[in-house]
Write a protein that binds this ligand. Structure first.
Ligand SMILES: *Cc1c(COP(=O)(O)O)cnc(C)c1O
Length: 382
């Protein structure tokens, strides 16, 4: 039997389909009531005050840096081991991307390396930090917030991998990814490879009312009917800022609502799968470590191998489509062209030469996972 096991897969059921059909039969395909309903449910789920649905997470990151006032030449720190959009948003606003290395065990932006980088420069040199909950493992944002307070920096938590994940802070309070208690803004993606599939889609979360208002304005052309300087009549609106059309539709939001409703179950299943991988690989294969007091939402399950390319090819021959997350951003041709060099970020480059993401999604069956595990173990025992 030929297997066909991808590394990730969306989970669409009849409830999702019914909800979308209901919206298609309603008066609004976009800019109707479902968007706000999705936003409210999302706020409740992650525990933040405000959620702003956007067309995708990249648009969300773009609006986030603009709302925080990023100007051309401003410097922002992020990790090289993330999807390119985490850094590209800084470039959209004309800012400079500075990379700090990752921790070799959690694969997250290293707090120590970030601190060293910040302290090696005069105060005011950097404007913000974009930590990423890589693979679904939440960053300890309490530490980053202390650092940010000392150096007057903002924080955007790229939580695209981590809806449903959390870390426990020093008071042992669970801090859900993207709740914005320690970050200024959180960002989520609803691309089908992520936990919640909307086709395309994203969410910005914040607890700050001023940021919320700015984000709403920027999402829809900078146009508003509120707080206007003059009012000429019912038709009148003002374009107060140069904004965008980064809206999510009601069609997508209706899918988001039913997808969100089963996210907690999906994350629990992902953790069951992760536990089985860990048990099978313990003391044989290195995998992403799980620090105490954190709940990994497991967008990915990442292992390391000395012969990564051979393992990748071997799994493919067996119908297992593992993936590599990610090529370090500073080595991508665009970033090379604007002056970034290899060999600056040793842990990230070493990680990239060894990493492999194994199949991880709620509908992965035990039989399929056992097949994946047996093939990985066959390979290392060869
Ligand atoms: C997927 C992803 C994004 C971008 O999400 P889109 O919705 O596709 O724009 C940003 N950051 C990270 C870490 C991601 O994984």
């Amino acid at each position: 039997m030929k297997m066909n096991i991808p590394y990730g897969r969306q989970n669409i059921d009849q409830k999702d389909i019914d909800m979308v059909v209901k919206t298609l039969q309603s008066d609004f395909l976009t800019q109707g009531p479902v968007v706000k309903s999705f936003e409210d449910k999302f706020s409740e789920y992650v525990g933040c005050k405000y959620s702003i649905a956007v067309s995708n997470a990249t648009a969300g990151l773009h609006l986030a840096v603009l709302a925080l006032g990023l100007k051309p030449g401003d410097r922002v720190i992020t990790t090289p081991i993330t999807f390119a959009a985490s850094a590209n948003c800084i470039r959209y606003a004309g800012g400079e991307v500075w990379f700090a290395d990752i921790d070799p065990d959690t694969y997250l932006l290293s707090f120590e390396e970030t601190r060293k980088l910040i302290e090696s420069k005069p105060k005011g040199f950097f404007k913000g930090i974009i930590p990423v909950d890589f693979a679904g493992l939440p960053v300890n944002l309490e530490n980053f917030r202390k650092l940010a307070l000392e150096h007057d920096l903002w924080i955007i938590e790229d939580a695209c991998h981590a809806p449903g994940g959390y870390f426990a802070d020093s008071n042992n309070i669970k801090q859900m990814s993207g709740n914005s208690n320690y970050a200024d803004i959180g960002i989520f993606s609803f691309h089908p490879v992520k936990h919640i599939a909307c086709g395309e889609g994203g969410m910005i979360t914040t607890n700050n009312e001023d940021l919320y208002k700015k984000l709403l304005l920027l999402r829809t052309h900078g146009i508003t009917k509120e707080n206007m300087s003059e009012n000429h009549g019912g038709w009148y609106y003002e374009m107060q800022e140069l904004g965008f059309n980064y809206r999510l539709t009601d069609i997508q939001s209706s899918l988001g609502i039913t997808q969100l409703a089963k996210n907690a179950t999906g994350v629990a299943k992902r953790n069951t799968i992760a536990k089985r991988y860990r048990q099978a690989f313990e003391n044989k294969i290195k995998f992403q470590s799980l620090p105490q007091n954190r709940y990994n939402a497991h967008h990915l399950f990442v292992i390391e191998s000395d012969n990564r390319k051979e393992l990748y090819d071997y799994l493919r021959e067996n119908g297992i489509y593992a993936q590599i997350h990610y090529i370090p951003i500073h080595t991508l041709p665009y970033y090379r062209k604007i002056g970034y060099k290899e060999a600056d970020l040793k842990n990230s480059e070493n990680y990239y030469s060894r990493c492999l993401s194994l199949p991880m999604y709620p509908t992965l069956t035990d039989e399929e996972q056992d097949f994946v595990i047996s093939k990985v173990l066959d390979f290392i025992n060869e």
